[in-house]
Design a protein around this ligand. Sequence first.
Ligand SMILES: Cc1ncc(COP(=O)(O)O)c(C=O)c1O
Length: 389
Amino acid sequence: MFSSRLSFADTTNALSKAKAKRLAAGQPLLDLSDSNPANAGFAWSATDLGPLLRRDGIQRQDPNPLGLASARTAISDYYSSRGARVPVDQLFLTASTSEAYSWIFKLLCNPGDEVLVPAPSYPLLEVIAALEGVTLRPYQLVQLAGEWVIDAATLSVNRQTRAILCINPSNPTGAFVGRRDRDVLRGFALKHGLAIVCDEVFLDYPAEGVASPGTWAGEANVMTFVLSGLSKVALAPQLKLGWIVVAGPASSTLEACRRLEHIADAFLSVNTPAQLALPDLLRRAEPLRALVRTRVAQGEVALRAWATSTASGCTVPPRQAGWTAILTLPPGVHEDRFLMNALSEGVWAHPGYFYGMPATVPSVVLSLLTPPDTLSAGLQGLERALKRT
Ligand SMILES: Cc1ncc(COP(=O)(O)O)c(C=O)c1O
C-alpha cells in the first residue's frame, strides 16, 4: 500500500531503541545532542514575541506565492548588510529550510535523479531526498592541516546528476566553504551543468576570531539556490519560516523563479503572522545570536579542557562556526558500544556515523548549545562510559 519513499522508516537503530526504552521507563537522561535553542535557554520572551505576532493583516492571506513583500524586503536587507544584493523577486518564503530543500529537489530533479552532497553532513538531507525520490551521491570532506576541505577526487556525476549541495558553514564539521572550495564547486557545477544549492542556516555563527567568507547569495556565474531561515537566523524554529534566494546568470535565474513560483503557489505554506513579524525579528535578532555565540564558545572551551585534562584520548578538531562540535574518540573505540555505555550512565549523544563521519575515525557529535551544568555532568558520564568501553 505504501510508497518506497519511506523505506528508511523500516530501519530502527539499536541506540535509538535503547534511548526510547530508557525514556519510557522514566529514567533521567542528559541530552548532549539537543540543538533546540529554546531548550538551551535561548528564546524570545512572550512579551517581545506576542505583539509581533498580533499584527494588523493576519486576518487575510496575501495572494503572492513568493511571500509578503515586506518580509522579502527585510530578507533582502539582511543580505545587503552581509555584502550581497538580492532582488526581492528572487526571494521565496517557505515554511522552513527543510521545506526549501524539498522545493529545490522538486524544481531540479525527476524521481531517481541525483544530487551531490558533502560527507559528513546534516542527516535530515537523506530523509528529505528520499521523500522527493532523489538519490544522494556523497562527495568527501577531508581534514587537511586541521581544515575541512573538499576531496575533489571524490566528486563524480552520472547522467542523472542535477545539483551539488554545500553547507556554509557545515553541520557537523563547523567549516565554512572556503575560497578554494568555492572555486572547486563553481568549476565543477559549470563543467557539468549542475545547480549549486547552498545551506547557510549557520552563517551568522562564526567562532570568535574566524572571518566568514560570506554568503553565496550574490553568486553571478552559476545557477545557485541559497537556503536559510528563522530557526537559526532568529532563534525562532517554532515560527516556521525559511527562504530560498535564487542567484546566478539572468536567464536561468528568471526561468528558475518562474518555475519555483508554481511550486510555491501549489502550497502557499507560509503563515501570515510569522511573515508580518519577520522584519522586526531580523532587526532584533543579533543580541540573541550574540548570546548563542558566547554559549557555543564557552562550551567549546569546556569540551577542549575536558578532552585534555582527562587523558581520555579524545580530541576536538578545530571548528570555524555553527553550534556543533565533533569529539574524536580514541582509535579502536566502537561508537555504538561507547554510546550504549554512555546511555547506561544517563548520557545521550549522536554517533559520528549518523552524520556520515568516516568509520575509520570513531567520533560523537555534541551540541555546543548544551547548558554548562548539563555539559559538565554529561562529560563526566562520557568519561565513565569510555573507561568501560
Ligand atoms: C545544516 C542545517 N540545515 C537546515 C536545518 C533545518 O532548518 P529548519 O529548522 O529551518 O528546517 C538544520 C537544522 O538543524 C541544519 O542543521
